[in-house]
Design a protein around this ligand. Structure first.
Ligand SMILES: [Zn+2]
Length: 450
């Protein structure tokens, strides 16, 4: 029997023994009393009642004595078990994350935080005001300013990352999307990336990729291998799907990750190194842990509450090492980039002002099916407008880069089921190439773009 159970049994035994002894004693006393009542029944009842009252009074006193005894026994046992914890169970704390009261996992995170420039997210929630201020162009953020000479020593190095987010089932079925959009996206990718070695693309959903792989011939498969080998096409995360992280069991998250990674290993002989999670509604440390375990060294997240994004942007901590809260070492660390703005579409990825960024989504050129809801349409880049257009875009890039500590800036370029038609590829790649050539020809702008 454990020590903790011995105490209640011991106390209960003492209590029962005391009650039984008292009761027996009272019975003996009652038996020894002479019958003084005579013959009156009313007098007999009153006498019985007063005797009963006496018994109750004595039992109550006995109960008080027993309670004191139990308290003394408990205190003495606690002192013997762990002197430093005496009274700990009733210690109150102003902080929800107090070290003395916290369980082991949180305590380790506290220790880690004390030792480095760490952020314990649970503490961040205590700092965030419950408000919803209008941040201007960046509705959920704040005004970003810069002097202009910040990049004189170290130029802004920018990576534009074309992507197409393909949900394996959303408004259409998996097969519906595959037939209508996905297979055309991947077919065109082979052609358009093949045309210019400077063009890049990332792909996340292996369920679609494997379906398409089954449909293409050996010649196209060889081209895929060449693009992957040249770094023009990168498979990111490598999951069968872009997994939900809020509701799914970790086993399902792991299972789909293994399925995708095994497929990539078997057919392309590659292992993803970067995670890409732009559409899961909330992000989980379990997924982060699995990605690290699967050999990834970097990851990106997007759907985080705007207050948290804004706080991280103000602290310039949108890029960080994500460590598990129970890990006091750096074993579980993985580099994480948190996207700062509202969405992963083009209006919300070039900089803080969606009305400006939307003008650089060349899929929305006038005459197309999609347009800019801010009512300022994109313009095709020409000799005449290139300077004005390039400086307008550079201003957004510079503002966005002020939210990060490094001089390297990631700018995704894509949306749901993008790059379906050949013309869309041409519109994005040719117009961006003109802008990038302009940046290259103007070193005084201190920007290097890929
Ligand atoms: Zn999605």
């Amino acid at each position: 029997m454990k020590r903790g159970r011995v105490l209640p049994v011991l106390v209960g035994g003492v209590f029962c023994l005391a009650v039984m002894s008292l009761y027996r004693m009272l019975e003996l006393m009652q038996g020894a009393e002479p019958d003084r009542g005579g013959g009156s029944p009313v007098g007999q009842v009153e006498e019985d009642l007063s005797r009963l009252q006496l018994k109750i009074d004595r039992l109550e006193r006995l109960l008080v004595d027993n309670n004191r005894l139990v308290a003394r026994l408990r205190d003495s046992l606690l002192v013997r078990e762990s002197p430093e914890q005496r009274g700990g169970a009733n210690v109150s704390s102003n902080s929800a994350h107090n070290r003395a009261a916290a369980p082991l996992g949180c305590w380790k995170a506290e220790e880690m935080k004390d030792g480095a420039d760490g952020v314990q997210l649970l503490d961040v929630y205590d700092l965030l005001p419950f408000d919803n201020p209008d941040g201007g162009a960046w509705k959920q953020g704040f005004q970003i300013s810069y002097r202009g000479d910040e990049w004189a020593e170290q130029p802004l190095e920018l990576f534009l990352v074309p992507h197409s987010h393909n949900d394996p089932g959303w408004l259409k079925t998996f097969d519906g999307y595959y037939q209508d959009q996905t297979r055309h996206i991947l077919d065109n990718m082979l052609v358009k990336l093949g045309e210019d070695s400077r063009r890049k693309m990332i792909w996340a959903e292996i369920s679609y990729f494997s379906q398409w792989w089954n449909d293409i011939d050996d010649q196209k498969r060889a081209l895929v291998r060449r693009l992957v080998g040249a770094g023009q096409l990168e498979l990111v995360t490598g999951g069968w799907v872009m997994a939900d992280e809020a509701n799914s069991h970790y086993f399902a998250m792991l299972d789909q990750l293994m399925e995708g990674h095994q497929w990539l290993q078997t057919h392309l002989g590659v292992k993803p190194s970067s995670g890409w999670a732009i559409d899961p509604f909330g992000h989980s440390p379990s997924m982060t842990y699995l990605l690290k375990g699967a050999g990834l060294s970097n990851m990106l997240i997007q759907r985080v509450h705007y207050s948290v994004k804004k706080h991280f942007a103000q602290q310039r901590t949108l890029e960080f090492l994500w460590r598990q809260s129970w890990d006091s070492s750096s074993r579980s660390d993985i580099t994480c980039h948190m996207m700062p703005f509202y969405s992963y579409d083009v209006p919300h990825t070039c900089g803080p002002n969606p009305a400006v960024c939307c003008q650089f989504d060349f899929h929305r050129l006038p005459g197309g099916r999609v347009f800019c809801p801010w009512r300022i349409p994109p313009q095709p880049i020409t000799e005449q407008n290139i300077k004005e257009r390039a400086l307008l875009l550079l201003d957004q890039y510079r503002q966005k880069s002020r939210l990060f500590r490094s001089s390297v800036l990631l700018v995704p370029l894509g949306d749901d089921f993008r790059f379906v038609e050949s013309g869309e590829w041409d519109a994005q790649f040719s117009n961006y190439q003109k802008l990038f050539d302009y940046f290259d020809q103007h070193p005084e702008l201190h920007i290097k773009v890929r």
